[in-house]
Structure formats: C-alpha cells, structure tokens
Unconditional design. Sequence first.
Length: 198
Amino acid sequence: MLDGTNRTSGLIGPNAILQLLPVLEQAGGAQFRDQVMAAAGVFEPPSDAGMMDEAPAARVHQALRTIDPELAPSLAWAAGERTARYILAKRIPNAAQVLLRILPAALSGPLLAKAIAKHAWTFSGSGEFRVAGPLSFEIADNPIVRGEPSATPLCHWHSAVFEGLFRALVDDRLRCTEDTCCATGADACRFSLRRDDP
C-alpha cells in the first residue's frame, strides 16, 4: 500500500484554514469569521508560504462545528472545493493535468491516487494516510477530528478535496463519501469515490 505518513511533525498545509476563511466571511460576514477564529484561539491567518502546525487548523474546524453544527458541513465542503481548485491552479503541473485527463480513468485514477499519497502529509498532518484501493483512502488518527465525538462523519473538507481533484482530472461523475470517521469511533476516516451514474 502507498503511505504518506508524517506522524512526527504534526504539520499541515495552511489551506486547511486559508480556504475556509472566505467561506466563513461569505456565510456570516467578518464577524462570523472572527468568531470562529477567536473560539479556536487563532487570531490571524497562517502564512501561505510553507506548512503550519496542525493543531490550530484542527481547532478552527472544530470551532466551526461547535458554533454552527448545522451549517458546518456545507461550509467545510465549500472550503474543500476551494482547496481542490487551489491545488489544480498552483500545485499540479499543467502537463500532468492534461495527461491525466486524456488517459482512461482506470489509469488516471491510480496515478492521481499515487500523487495524493506522495503529498498526503499536506492534508493529513500527523495522521496516518494510506491508499486503501484504486478509489479509496484512509486517514487513521485524523488530526482534524482527533478527540471529537460525533454520531456522523465529520470530514467534509477532506471529502470535497478528493472529489474536486478526481472530478477534474479523472471522471466528472465521481462523488466522494466518507464511509467511516474517527469521530464516530472508527479506526480510520475512510473515503470512497464512486461514479454518480444517471
């Protein structure tokens, strides 16, 4: 299995926060954005140059879920969509994108999964990431929900990132669902991409 583990550093990409902030502001204005940040103990956005400690990112997502549990899933999803667009615009070379789009999904899917595994530490932090199948991923001990109990899966941000990348580069009929979540007591957050056929 492919492995993108980075359990010692506890670092994560700043887009875990940066792409959420405009979504919060659009949903409830600067006051709502600042309320979520203050509740998380984060008083300024992280730098977009390099990695950041995973703990503030986790606290911001958890603060959103605490302050507005009904709206949190859709806002986290919107932030994940923004993150996927950022990755496509800034992190995946155009030549690689063209290649993935022209290859059959049976080839482009595993290639994209391999690339995601190689850079998994940017979104799984100290959690343990692995590719569990051609179109499925796991993050054990996911720091974004670590220690947070829930009756339903919480990783909408991750799901949206995976879906955005695979829909853009592999098959636009793919949808990502989180089948199990550490927050519900599972041993890992498990994400599956399935075709949304008519």
